[in-house]
Every structure is written in structure tokens, then in C-alpha cells.
Ligand binder design. Structure first.
Ligand SMILES: [Fe+2]
Ligand SMILES: [Fe+2]
Length: 286
């Protein structure tokens, strides 16, 4: 069995210090095999915010996979945004823009989806799609394969029209071809999960998608601070959404997912009540 902690959208510059401290303590107690941090480490990519993010990451003594988010690219400093968008991320966080972890049960690849031009929406380049193929296709399917991005592949059930990572369809074909099992992302500050086939037409095999809320930021949308605790064992995933209750992080909801050899990782459809199966589904050509 492997245990992952998935945290996202910490947004140093807008962090609630007591929640960040409690998050570190919770993480220590969870004793994960790997910590995944899916971007938006800072609020405005400022030097001081990056220093706080670096100090926070240095206190996590477990293996880590970290990717940047759109807030880790400067917004207002146009020269820096276009000429050196992730210089500070490389200096303070990591120079590795495609971090990879593998042991005898899981393989995890992080991909940078943050871009200067599409500040809010992310994208993945052709080279990155090729990297996903190179990393995952040779790995046997008994290894559980996980891709980490900041930008999501699946919309939240409350708003199926929210923009997703660009080229999501093309990437999902690769994800399907190389038998990936799980996509982890953040960005919307909402915790939800689903099967990719619930939102896309023509996907034969469903990959599990798990989205994290904001772990310690006051920059919230519709829910409180939360992170995901994920247990992976054989063909079964247990997701525990751990939510801040004002004093500590506690189990908010627990879901189990099992692998179905017919169609992959299954989960009830995200469609609104009364909608037909093709309503609201996206083409793979986006
Ligand atoms: Fe964010
Ligand atoms: Fe974001």
C-alpha cells in the first residue's frame, strides 16, 4: 500500500499561519510515502512569498513532487512575466520542471501547466505530451501511474463549463494509451473527484481524477481549507478529504474507488439531474 498526501494552492502571501502549521503537523502524523503539491505556492510570485514557500517545503521531510501554478508566474511585472516567468520558482523551489518519483508500487510525474500568455488557464506542450508518453508507456500496468498538474482535466460538478487545461483531450488520449490511473490537480480551490469518462465523449477507459481544495490560504471560494489523503492498494483507491474545522484537519468525507477491467476507474457521472449522457460532455479535440 502507498499513502499520498495531496496539497494544493497554499498561496503564500495569503496563508493563514495557524492553518499552515496545523497542516505540517497533520502531514507528519499521516506519514505519507509521497507528498504531492499541485501548484499556486505563492499569491503573486514575489520573492518574500517564495521564501516562505521554500521554508515550508523544507519542513516536509517526505519525498515530494512539486509543480508550479499560474500564481507562481508574476502577473503585474510584465517584463518578468514574459521573459523570466518561473525564474524565482526555479531559484527558490526547484529547477526540476518535470519531477518524477517511482517505487515498486507507484510512478508519479509532475508537469508544469503554468504559462505567461494564458495566465489563468494552463496548457501542456507537444514536448510535454511526449514526455508523458516516454515516462509512463514503458512502465508495466501493475505500477499505479499518476500525473500531477496544477490545471484540472475535469470540471467541478457545480460548474461543468469552467475552463480546463488546454489540449486536455489530446493529453487524455495519451493518458488512456499509457494506462495512467490517476490525475491530481488543484486551481479551482474545490475538492472533488470523478472519472474522466464522465466529462468527455469517446474515452474508452476512465482515469480517476482527484482535485484538491486550497490547503492553507484565505483565498477560498466555496469551501474551507482542505487537503487529500490518498491510499492506494492493489486495484483500490481510498480518498479521504481532510478539512480544517477551525482547530485541526479532520476527515470530511471518504470515498472508495475500484478498478473495473471493462472501463477503468469508475465513478458516478458528473451530469446534472435530468441531463442526457451527451449533454455537457466535452469533445476530445479541445
Ligand atoms: Fe490557486
Ligand atoms: Fe491556480
Amino acid at each position: 500500500m502507498r499513502t499520498l498526501v495531496h496539497i494544493s494552492d497554499i498561496h503564500f502571501g495569503r496563508v493563514i499561519p495557524s492553518v499552515a502549521e496545523a497542516l505540517l503537523a497533520a502531514l507528519e502524523a499521516d506519514a505519507p510515502d509521497l507528498v504531492v503539491i499541485s501548484g499556486d505556492l505563492t499569491q503573486r510570485a514575489r520573492r518574500g512569498q517564495y521564501r516562505m514557500a521554500r521554508d515550508f517545503l523544507n519542513r516536509i521531510q517526505f519525498p515530494k513532487i512539486v509543480v508550479p501554478g499560474n500564481h507562481d508566474v508574476p502577473l503585474y511585472n510584465v517584463a518578468r512575466r514574459f521573459l523570466r516567468p518561473l525564474t524565482r520558482y526555479r531559484r527558490y523551489i526547484t529547477r526540476d520542471m518535470a519531477p518524477f518519483y517511482q517505487d515498486d508500487e507507484i510512478a508519479v510525474l509532475g508537469i508544469n501547466t503554468a504559462r505567461s500568455l494564458t495566465f489563468t488557464n494552463g496548457r501542456i506542450s507537444e514536448n510535454q505530451i511526449e514526455l508523458i508518453r516516454e515516462r509512463f508507456c514503458p512502465i508495466p500496468d501493475n505500477i499505479f501511474k499518476i500525473l500531477v498538474t496544477h490545471h484540472p482535466f475535469l470540471p467541478p460538478p457545480e460548474n461543468l463549463k469552467l475552463p480546463l487545461v488546454r489540449r486536455a483531450g489530446k493529453i487524455l488520449r495519451m493518458v488512456e494509451a499509457c494506462n495512467l490511473d490517476l490525475l491530481l490537480a488543484g486551481h479551482f480551490h474545490m475538492s472533488y473527484a470523478g472519472g474522466s469518462h464522465s466529462a468527455y465523449r469517446t474515452l474508452a477507459r476512465s482515469v480517476l481524477v482527484i482535485q484538491a481544495g486550497t490547503a492553507a490560504s484565505s483565498r477560498m471560494r466555496t469551501e474551507g481549507n482542505a487537503y487529500n489523503l490518498i491510499h492506494i492498494h492493489n486495484a483500490r483507491v481510498t480518498l479521504r478529504v481532510r478539512m480544517w474545522d477551525g482547530e485541526r484537519f479532520d476527515d470530511h468525507r471518504t470515498r472508495h474507488y475500484t478498478y473495473n477491467t471493462d472501463g477503468g476507474w469508475d465513478y458516478p457521472t458528473l451530469l446534472a439531474p435530468g441531463a442526457t449522457p451527451s449533454d455537457g460532455k466535452r469533445s476530445l479535440e479541445n
